[in-house]
Design a binder for this molecule. Structure first.
Ligand code: 4GY
Length: 272
């Protein structure tokens, strides 16, 4: 059964960005997931269809009113239940939530459905959050103008985990082993671009050597750029195989730096 996303948003058109384009567009056409939007504007009761009001206590900006959101969420829940979904899960995208990471994406990709609540303005009436929200999730420690982009990031990352969404690219990167490390560097033609060549191993046709080099680059770059990820993946230290690859990477790094110094003093590759 397809994964069901129900999104509560004042700007439903924004979601075309994922439903119409790229990997997520194709997954949508292949019915790997369904995305329904619910506009709180359609649940507003007054003549002007107001969904926001001034904050109690004063201060700048406007606050999203509880009632239109409450009814939109209730209708979304009813739709999901009618689709045969046993449990609903309402997620509010906000900087106050737990930060989204790979583990969280894997966990969410196991659900049958979710309801994503997108805030605008200064935020949402706290009573609605207390009543209806099961979980708050954040993209990171910064503020964006609304929850829509955050919801789309979450949906995109979850869809990539669905069987069939990535086609033949699926296997390698989905390997849990690889998923916690940074990607190895990629190259395509030409083999010489502005004097910069492609690593010889990639042209060798030796798949075992290529595989080993890529794994080494993944570990090495993670050590260089995101050592925190290595500690998270291997709290007790690197296994023997990985340790060997990393030590060799460090030595190759030194050689490369020394070679660069030699080139510079000899005026190789120096343009004045
Ligand atoms: N950071 N992670 C984020 C965000 C916008 C006003 C409350 C974030 O997820 N969402 O900055 N959201 C605000 C906009 C209402 C959410």
């Amino acid at each position: 059964m397809a994964l069901e996303f129900d999104v509560i948003t004042l700007l439903p058109e924004m979601f075309c960005a994922i439903t119409k384009f790229g990997i997520t567009g194709k997954a949508n056409r292949n019915k790997l997931y369904h995305l329904h939007t619910w506009n709180p504007r359609n649940y507003a009761t007054n003549h002007y269809r107001t969904v926001d009001d001034a904050p109690y206590g004063g201060g700048p900006g406007m606050v999203m009113m509880a009632q239109p959101l409450d009814q939109a969420i209730t209708d979304a829940k009813t739709r999901q239940t009618d689709t045969g979904i046993k449990q609903t899960h309402v997620i509010y995208l906000s900087p106050q939530g737990q930060c989204l990471d790979h583990e969280k994406i894997l966990q969410l990709s196991q659900l049958d459905s979710m309801i994503l609540l997108c805030g605008r303005y200064e935020g949402i009436d706290e009573r609605l959050i207390e009543e209806q929200v099961d979980e708050e999730i954040s993209l990171g420690d910064y503020v964006i103008s609304g929850g829509e982009l955050a919801a789309m990031v979450l949906i995109d990352a979850v869809i990539r985990q669905l069987p069939g969404a990535l086609g033949d690219m699926q296997s390698a990167n989905q390997d849990s082993h690889v998923a916690h490390l940074l990607e190895y560097p990629h190259y395509t033609r030409p083999d010489n671009y502005k004097g910069k060549t492609v690593p010889e191993v990639l042209l060798s046709g030796n798949h075992a050597r290529i595989e080993r080099w890529r794994q080494q680059q993944s570990i090495g770059r993670t050590w260089l750029k995101r050592p925190d990820l290595l500690t998270k993946k291997y709290p007790a230290g690197l296994p023997d195989k990985e340790k060997e690859l990393l030590e060799e990477f460090k030595q190759l790094q030194h050689l490369a730096i020394n070679q660069q110094e030699t080139d510079t003093t000899k005026g190789i590759g120096v343009t004045k």
